[in-house]
Design a protein around this ligand. Structure first.
Ligand code: IMP
Ligand code: MG
Length: 173
């Protein structure tokens, strides 16, 4: 169907890595309940698989933010999703689809830290370190480092399209 997409990470490769990430989180938290906070909409597919690979009590929350601006000016982030769950005293794992310039991840970490959670870590399926602009963004659990290409699938979109592809691929237009 999608001749315009070159597969970068197959469904099998993603599934294997997501299982490993779940096992790593399970070991690190050793019986402690965790709260996964997924960023809408891109992280939903990854979060659904990751959550089921974690053998702990897992609670799910979602957040939606928008970023404005560009790489030269820096970006400003606004919260779109008006409900703010109480993250206080919970062990939070922020779940992102991709860390690109890094502004979103940085903003989310600071936002959640304001609630005095028990801990905050960042988990991302993908990282494009070649595009980083924000300083001090550390990814605690990372699926794959990818080259500086625009990718779609497994939750990631281009103009809301391609999110449901089972693989991650590069859009060739
Ligand atoms: P950042 O603030 O630049 O790190 O933005 C991260 C957000 O930009 C991600 O959550 C995605 O929604 C979007 N994004 C960045 N790179 C890509 C890509 O290659 N494909 C699809 N969306 C992307
Ligand atoms: Mg997006």
């Amino acid at each position: 169907m999608h001749d315009d997409i070159e597969i970068l990470l197959s469904a099998e490769k993603i599934a294997a890595r997501v299982r490993e990430m779940g096992a790593e989180i399970t070991r690190d938290y050793a019986g402690t309940p965790v709260t996964l906070v997924g960023t809408l909409k891109g992280a939903t597919i990854f979060l659904a698989d990751l959550a089921r690979a974690i053998d702990l009590d897992v609670e799910l929350e979602f957040i939606k933010v928008s970023s404005y601006g560009n790489s030269t000016e820096g970006s400003s982030i606004t919260l779109d999703f008006p409900f703010a769950p109480d993250y206080t005293n919970r062990h939070i794992i922020l779940v992102e689809d991709i860390v690109d310039m890094g502004y979103t991840a940085k903003w989310l970490r600071e936002f959640v830290a304001g609630f005095n959670p028990a801990s905050v870590r960042l988990c991302s399926l993908l990282d494009k370190p070649g595009r980083r602009k924000a300083e001090g963004v550390e990814i605690d659990y990372l699926g794959f480092t990818i080259p500086d290409e625009f990718v779609v699938g497994y939750g990631l979109d281009f103009a809301q399209k391609y999110r449901t592809l089972p693989y991650v691929g590069v859009l060739r237009r």
